[in-house]
Ligand binder design. Structure first.
Ligand SMILES: NC(=O)c1ccc[n+]([C@@H]2O[C@H](COP(=O)([O-])OP(=O)(O)OC[C@H]3O[C@@H](n4cnc5c(N)ncnc54)[C@H](OP(=O)(O)O)[C@@H]3O)[C@@H](O)[C@H]2O)c1
Length: 378
């Protein structure tokens, strides 16, 4: 895909979510060094967001020279105090703030991070159009938006990219919608499944207390077992094809004809180089067909098993310690969302409440809301 000024979008992009400390400690010097290694190796896309801790500031510093050779992607959110009448001002202020933190005059790809369905979409489109006309953003993108609003946004013709989670267990409703908009490129994130599909969690999962994966449904129950099944198959195929499994994983993610680029984040140069090597590998056709069928089967087995787990959890009671209660509720919440039982505009506030809840009583209230949303037991 060609971007503004004919700069190509590299097949691997480097993210900066980890700068928020979600996977453990980070240091700026190492981050800057890895951004420069990636750039020297041909990576053109660097993704960040205001919610990624110091991500925008560090990325701005790392890319301050040769700015014109790279594409910076950042995102915006409407702050909680936004009302339908001040959406435009909120988007413009968010963009000005990002430009200041990034120390740049323009953002190449500016994504709506989470769509707020309680707000009209027209002022979002109008403000992005204004920002583009002023040269402050070059292209617009979307992420975390329900399929219906995605169609509405894409119909405006303003959006060039859609970001979506893309790994073997990701549910992918955007593929269908994006098919109707061939000019739109899909950017897949979390391609290593936050490390799960690299095999580094094959033994007991031991994470530091602040690590977001402690509550991540991908690292629990049938999802974790399914992740290990995928890793085992990648290992077998890796021996046959004489390729490290993680390279096969990255190459598989890029083999989807609608995926233009995949994003990973890393603190480790060897991991970066491994992910880059994956972009240069092409699966033999038969092996790819066989692995895609295997992935579809694992995904379907996992979906069915997860449905049963969710029913069982909803028919039971909330665990009596806050940590286990929060984990189970997040598991149910995300699983119901993936099965279309909870729309995005219901998911997001409940998810926020769940993260903030410090008392069991608050979590029990959320649990009861989920029981109501699920309806009576089958
Ligand atoms: N639009 C959105 O809402 C959205 C949502 C999520 C993410 N994103 C973007 O996408 C980027 C990537 O997402 P992500 O952080 O979830 O990506 P990810 O690459 O799936 O997960 C990062 C984790 O995987 C590990 N890892 C990466 N490559 C590895 C390898 N070759 N071998 C072993 N471990 C490896 C990293 O550990 P090490 O540090 O040890 O390598 C890190 O713990 C984010 O940084 C962000 O910019 C966007």
């Amino acid at each position: 895909m060609q971007m503004p000024d004919d700069r190509p979008l590299s097949r691997l992009g480097l993210g900066s979510y980890h700068v928020a400390g979600v996977y453990g400690g980070v240091d700026e010097e190492n981050f800057v060094r890895l951004v420069q290694v990636a750039r020297d190796e041909g990576v053109t896309l660097f993704d960040t967001a205001p919610s990624y801790g110091e991500g925008e500031v560090w990325l701005g510093r790392a890319l301050s020279c040769r700015r014109e050779h790279v594409l910076i992607s950042s995102k915006f959110l409407l702050p909680p105090e936004t009302t339908p009448v001040n959406v435009k001002a909120a988007v413009i202020t968010a963009c000005e703030d990002s430009l200041r933190r990034l120390k740049t005059d323009y953002i190449d790809l500016y994504h709506l991070h989470y769509d707020d369905e309680s707000m009209p979409h027209e002022p979002v489109i109008e403000s992005l159009t204004l920002l583009r006309a002023a040269g402050k953003i070059r292209r617009c993108g979307l992420s975390h938006v329900c399929s219906q609003r995605l169609e509405t946004y894409l119909a405006s013709g303003l959006f060039s990219t859609v970001m979506m989670e893309w790994h073997p267990l990701a549910s992918s409703p955007f593929f269908r919608v994006a098919k109707q908009a061939p000019a739109v490129s899909l950017i897949g994130y979390s391609v290593t499944g936050r490390g799960l599909f690299t095999g580094r969690f094959n033994g007991p999962v031991s994470l530091t207390p602040g690590d977001i994966r402690n509550h991540d449904p991908l690292f629990r129950r049938e999802n974790l077992s399914a992740g290990r099944r995928i890793v085992a198959r990648l290992g077998e195929l890796g021996r046959e094809l004489e390729r490290p499994p993680t390279q096969l994983l990255v190459a598989w993610a890029l083999a989807h004809d609608q995926i233009a680029c995949v994003l990973t984040s890393t603190t480790n140069e060897a991991h970066l180089r491994e992910n880059l090597a994956g972009t240069r590998y092409q699966w033999p056709k038969d092996a790819l067909t066989e692995f895609c069928a295997f992935v579809r089967q694992v995904r379907e087995d996992t979906r069915l098993s997860r449905k049963q787990t969710v029913e069982r959890l909803l028919n039971g009671t909330v665990p009596t310690d806050v940590t286990s209660a929060r984990r189970d509720i997040i598991y149910v919440l995300e699983s119901m969302h993936n099965d279309d039982a909870i729309p995005l505009h219901v998911l997001m506030p409940l998810f926020g409440q769940c993260q903030k809840a410090s008392k069991l009583g608050d979590l029990e209230l959320i649990f009861r809301q989920l029981q109501e949303l699920a309806g009576p037991p089958a």
